[in-house]
Structure formats: C-alpha cells, structure tokens
Design a protein around this ligand. Structure first.
Ligand SMILES: Cc1cc2nc3c(=O)[nH]c(=O)nc-3n(C[C@H](O)[C@H](O)[C@H](O)COP(=O)(O)OP(=O)(O)OC[C@H]3O[C@@H](n4cnc5c(N)ncnc54)[C@H](O)[C@@H]3O)c2cc1C
Length: 352
C-alpha cells in the first residue's frame, strides 16, 4: 500500500466514488477507503433523475440498458387522484439497483487507477494525514464522503447548520413486471415522521399499491433510513472537503441525493485542480439550492391531504404547470420559472 497520495477520499459510497473519479479525471493520484465491503447496499429509492444520468456521464459512466429500467416521467398519486408529467423530450431517468450502481462506479474508478481500500475504516485525520488504525497515509487533500453521520465532518469541525423535518423511510424490492415507466410518488406515510411505523402497515394507507404488491415475492429485506434536509455553513476547512450526505442532505422525496453528489464531485475536482477550496462552499450552495427548494415545495404538501388533492387537480387541469415544475426540478428551467409557476400553482390552488 502507498504511504502517500494526492487525494484521500474517506467513504466509498456513490459520493466518495464520484469524488475519486472526478479527481482522477483531473490527473490526481487518488485513494479511497471504506470500512465496508462492496457492493454496499443502503435504503434508497434507486431513481436517477435525468440530471443525475448526465452527472454520471460527466464521470465517464453510462449505465448499460441491461442494468437499468428507463424512467420517462413522474406520477403523483393521492386520495384516488393522480397526475403525471413526462421528462422534457430527449431526457430520461433511470431506475438502477443501488448495488449495481455501486459495482459500476467501482469498475470505473478501478479502470482509472484509483486505489481502492475496502474493509478499511478511517479512524482519524490530522493535517495532511489519514489514520487507518495503526497505519497512516499522507495526503495533500482529504475528502469526507462518509455519509450522513460523517465523522470527518466532526473531525474537521464542520458542524451541522440546520437539520429539519427528520422522516423515516423504508425500501423493499418486489419481483413484479413494471406497470408504468413513471416514477410513482404516493403521497402519504411511507416516508413518515413516525419512527414506530413499519412498511407493511404503511402500505395499507395506499390500497391501489397494496393490491398490486399483495402476495408478490419479495427479493430483499426491508431496509430503513432517516431522511431530512440539512445544510452546513461550511463544507471545507483547510485541506478537508465534504461531499455527498456528509456535506448536507436533501429529503429523499426529491430523488436528487445521488445526482447532487455527482455534480459536487465535478466542482470539487475543479477546485482541487485550481489548488484552492475557496470557491467550493459557494458552488456547493448553488448546486443544493434547486433540490432544497423542490424538497420544501413537496414537503409543504406532506401531511396536508386537502392541499395534495387540490395540487393534483391543478396539475390535471393545467398539465403544463406540472411539466414545467418537473423540467425545473431536473435543472432544465431557471428559478425564475419556479417563482412564476409557484404563483400560477398558488392561484390554481385558491381557485380550484
Ligand atoms: C430513503 C431514501 C431514499 C432515497 N432515494 C434516493 C433516490 O431515489 N435517488 C437519489 O438520487 N437519492 C436518493 N436518496 C439519497 C441518496 O441515497 C444519498 O444521497 C446517497 O446515498 C449519498 O451517498 P454518500 O456516498 O454520500 O453516502 P453513503 O452512501 O452513506 O456512503 C458513505 C460511505 O462511507 C463509509 N464510511 C463511513 N464512515 C467511514 C469511515 N470512518 N471510514 C471509512 N468509510 C466510512 C460507509 O461505509 C459508506 O459506504 C435517498 C435517501 C434515502 C434516505
């Protein structure tokens, strides 16, 4: 094992691997260490929005068609009503198993020559050095991609700024032929504020979905996780930068966590190439703005069945509003459009 590197990435999840790939693409020597062994699974909706697919492409990754299911748009369902919109023409999202995406990202990192250390937990950092139990490796830059409960964040004194609306979420896989190419979002309690809720119980709140899944073979265990919006004041200090969930999260309902980390990886690698992290916090904030706005918008509907119903009525009556919000969500329109469509939606809600 090398005793020095240019960029040491702590955490080999999607964000850490994206950071490693982007830094390697800039010509750095890169090492990644993760305490777990791949492929690493995690509770996740496993949806990549079109901007996330583009983000992967900028890392040189194209998910083979045999490993993914194409998503053509989004459908919201609530109280017997539904409304849907297609992604802007020429773009599509992907549904890809987390462990498959992890394998593909590892293959790309390995092909580029990233040094990958699995089952290797990082136990501490000091200036220009990363500790792995009894050993240490010198590194010019240290990247914390170690997830929501990041220790790197603590070690670098980059504490949480705000953590709002903690929600509990579950995932499970069912062996069933897809009945739509839309990513379906059922408004209700599957991502819930109640820590005591379980998947089977929460499905009862969605009779249509429950009927589809009743008696269907399951192919994975239930995995739970918490989801929230949280931000940091600073995402770097000295030679340490954070990425992915370690650097703040957007609520799972946006389906944006992965795509966001791919875009962060690219700007972080550009900062490293320039020799300074000074621009990273501002760029990071800019990238998070749109997903955070969309998360706020969607969470405003959470727990308000009447507003959900009215929103779906407006979307059905004025499908162009939903289409434009979706385009905005995936970065195809500017925030100015959000303001305009927000006003139209608000007016629609008042007059529906
Ligand atoms: C319920 C739910 C559904 C979601 N659905 C979607 C979705 O559909 N689409 C989407 O884009 N996003 C979704 N997200 C968000 C997405 O899953 C996360 O943003 C993404 O997993 C973040 O990846 P990460 O690499 O930052 O963190 P992680 O995936 O948590 O990776 C962190 C890694 O760091 C390692 N690690 C931790 N500490 C150390 C240490 N000391 N030393 C070495 N290694 C260490 C861990 O072993 C782990 O492998 C969802 C999130 C939730 C909670």
């Amino acid at each position: 094992m090398l005793d020095s590197t240019d960029v040491f990435v702590i955490g080999g999840g999607p964000a850490g691997l994206a950071a490693a790939i982007a830094a390697r693409q800039q010509g750095f020597r890169v090492t990644v260490a993760d305490g777990a062994r791949p492929p690493i699974d995690k509770a996740c909706g496993e949806a990549l929005m079109p901007d996330a697919v583009a983000g992967l492409e900028s890392l040189g990754i194209v998910v083979p068609a045999t490993d993914a299911f194409l998503l053509g748009g989004v459908r919201f369902l609530a109280s017997g009503l539904s409304a849907e919109a297609a992604f802007p023409s020429g773009s599509c999202g992907l549904s890809v198993r987390r462990i498959v995406l992890h394998r593909i990202m590892i293959e790309r990192a390995a092909a580029l020559g990233v040094d990958l250390l699995w089952q290797t937990a990082v136990t501490g950092i000091s200036r220009d050095e990363v500790q792995l139990g009894g050993r240490s490796i010198r590194s010019r830059w240290i990247v914390g991609g170690d997830g929501t409960n990041s220790r790197v964040r603590r070690w670098a004194n980059l504490n949480l700024h705000s953590r709002r609306g903690l929600r509990y979420a579950f995932r499970r896989h069912y062996r069933i032929r897809p009945w739509t190419d839309r990513m379906e979002v059922y408004w209700g309690a599957v991502a819930s504020h109640d820590p005591g809720l379980r998947l089977e119980e929460s499905l009862l709140a969605f009779p249509e979905l429950n009927a589809r899944l009743r008696g269907v073979e399951t192919t994975s265990v239930v995995r739970g996780s918490v989801s929230s919006n949280h931000r940091l004041k600073q995402v770097w200090r000295e030679n340490v930068a954070l990425i992915g969930d370690a650097s703040g999260t957007v609520d799972a309902i946006t389906g944006e966590g992965l795509g966001l980390s791919f875009r962060q990886a690219v700007v972080l690698a550009e900062c490293l190439r320039s020799g300074s992290l000074a621009g990273y916090s501002a760029a990071h904030r800019r990238l998070a703005l749109r997903p955070l706005l969309m998360a706020r918008l969607m969470l405003t509907l959470d727990g308000h069945p009447r507003i959900q119903q009215r929103t779906l009525q407006v979307f059905r009556k004025r499908p162009e509003i939903f289409r434009r919000l979706l385009a905005l969500h995936i970065g195809n329109l500017s925030p100015l459009h959000l303001a305009l469509d927000g006003l139209t939606l608000g007016w629609g809600l008042l007059t529906a």
